[in-house]
Design a binder for this molecule. Sequence first.
Ligand SMILES: NC(=O)c1ccc[n+]([C@@H]2O[C@H](COP(=O)([O-])OP(=O)(O)OC[C@H]3O[C@@H](n4cnc5c(N)ncnc54)[C@H](O)[C@@H]3O)[C@@H](O)[C@H]2O)c1
Length: 286
Amino acid sequence: MGMLDGKVALITGGSRGQGRAHAVTCAREGADVVIIDTLTQIDTVAYPMAQQADFDDTVRQVEALDRRIVSVVGDVRKQADLDEAVTRGIAELGKIDILIANAGIFSLAPAHEMTDEMWDDMIAVNLTGVWKSAKAVLPHMMEQGGGSIVMTSSINGLEPGANYVHYCAAKFGVVGIMKTLALEYARHGIRVNAIHPGAILTPMTSWQGAWDMMSGKPAGEGTEADMLEAGYSFHALKGNGFLDPQRIADTALYLNSDLASSVTGVSIPVDAGHLLMPGYNADPVK
Ligand SMILES: NC(=O)c1ccc[n+]([C@@H]2O[C@H](COP(=O)([O-])OP(=O)(O)OC[C@H]3O[C@@H](n4cnc5c(N)ncnc54)[C@H](O)[C@@H]3O)[C@@H](O)[C@H]2O)c1
């Protein structure tokens, strides 16, 4: 017996990275799945968005578990795309019980050099996209008398990080959306919670800018090996370097299951103790 038997889960950014781990975990636990992801590059992002091969792989993995999957190419910045994913999910799979609002982007610049486009893209995807995703499922969840929404924030929704003020603003904002919707829709049996991942190995962290940032090396000099090594310093818990996306999917599984039937409005860091560590100025100005 699975922890999500008979459920249907909608996952944004569901074709790869953490999104794929969510899709496959939901399927393994008995849920049918709807994924929505984009194939269109966002100009202010230095690493590629999802590719068709990512969609194909996730579809294959879910179907190999004998679950059904509806795969939608769309953009969380567009309400019509999200509404279409919900409509198709209900038409083909019967309902939507779970939303995992996971889609997100990352980019880097000192605040005084950040372009308006970088700011606008970040807020549109990582903040407004989460709200639009919730808006797409809420009427249906109200009608069916309940549901579970998990929003992917970040440790940067709880602590600042230099050179990505737009990301922090969006991820702190996700906590505001989460808590407000948890309160507003509690009377409808809809639970809303947030996960705050630490450093996770996905395409978002597989590019030069991430290698430099995590390793603390000058621009262009960090390697993936440097970044993976630095992961052990980023986290506190023994043996925890960069985390597997499965760690996040496991926590979403708990939140979306009956084990968490009385849990709403909470933030769960999955950061191997990162937030426990006292601060350290690695680059003091004297
Ligand atoms: N990787 C990390 O270390 C880390 C840490 C904390 C939080 N997060 C968050 O976890 C979530 C998942 O990221 P990931 O690490 O799996 O990275 P990822 O880049 O592999 O996955 C993000 C997915 O979102 C999709 N996406 C981006 N913009 C979209 C849009 N406008 N419409 C639809 N889909 C869109 C991408 O195509 C991609 O498939 C993100 O919200 C991210 O901010 C990641």
